[in-house]
Design a binder for this molecule. Structure first.
Ligand code: F6R
Length: 255
């Protein structure tokens, strides 16, 4: 595992974007796993900048998002479809047929989840999966206690998530209670993982994920078993780490 501690959020985002761009330049038909949330927004902005100013080409890239709410249509401003469109897809030259976000409106959700797994395999598997981490160590919607071997499936959202989300919806009945999420096992099958974290409120989760015991109580800790992981954090999120870590992946690999 390469742990890279950067000065601040912007530096973390640039470092993450450099890794993605490097993989894309080496493999134009990269299969890229994407996350929503506030953490990867800076990385996405940098990818857009590289696309517009440096001609970084996404036309052959396939994407698979980690998760989506059940019962929220793609046009809804709280859906992950909408989030991705607004924050990344609309500004890149991705081919729509290669873009995948779980379909929370699928009639038969279980069949859809099986299809999603098959679809990832059809494209040769995920080359690089981008991850954020929850304050409790979750990855995607795999909350503490999730099976470390789990595959794409429906999860019931926990009380805290429901309460946090309530403010984004007009009334309580609209707040999604379920989500489709890639499983921990699905994520672990990616050839490389790029886990990002910033801010003090992520420090304990990062410490548990990187230096704690491997346990379903911190689903992110499973990345310790993966062969090719970059953990890129800012100083605050890395503040409780005890190991001696690097500040650049290029230094690690080419020094
Ligand atoms: C997003 C996702 C979540 C987030 C995590 C961190 O698709 O699956 O696991 O990565 O909740 O969220 P932020 O980045 O908003 O702190």
């Amino acid at each position: 595992m390469f742990v890279i501690i950067k000065e601040d959020y912007d530096q973390m985002s640039l470092e993450g974007a450099k890794i993605v761009a490097d993989r894309l330049r080496r493999k134009p038909n990269l299969v890229l796993g994407l996350a929503t949330g506030s953490t990867p927004l800076g990385l996405y902005k940098e990818l857009i900048r590289m696309h517009k100013n440096e001609g970084l080409d996404f036309s052959k890239v396939t994407t698979f998002n980690l998760d989506e709410y059940v019962g929220i249509p793609p046009e809804h401003d709280q859906s992950y479809h909408y989030f991705m469109k607004e924050n990344l897809f609309k500004d890149l030259n991705l081919a729509p047929r290669f873009v995948h976000v779980p379909n929370g409106m699928a009639k038969d959700i279980n069949t859809f989840c099986d299809w999603y797994e098959k679809r990832i395999k059809e494209f040769g598997g995920l080359d690089l999966q981008i991850l954020g981490i929850g304050g409790n160590g979750h990855i995607a919607f795999n909350e503490p206690g999730s099976s470390l071997g789990s595959r794409t499936r429906v999860k019931t959202l926990d009380e805290k998530t429901l309460a946090d989300n309530a403010r984004f919806f007009d009334d309580e009945t609209q707040v999604p209670k379920y989500a489709i999420t890639m499983g921990v096992g699905t994520i672990m099958d990616a050839k490389e993982i790029l886990l990002l974290a910033n801010g003090e409120k992520k420090a304990n989760a990062v410490k548990s994920a990187v230096e704690g015991p491997i346990t379903a109580q911190c689903p992110a800790s499973v990345v310790q078993l993966h062969q090719n992981v970059f953990v890129v954090v800012d100083k605050s999120a890395g503040s409780t780490l005890e190991g001696k870590y690097h500040d650049s992946w290029k230094r690690i690999l080419f020094e």
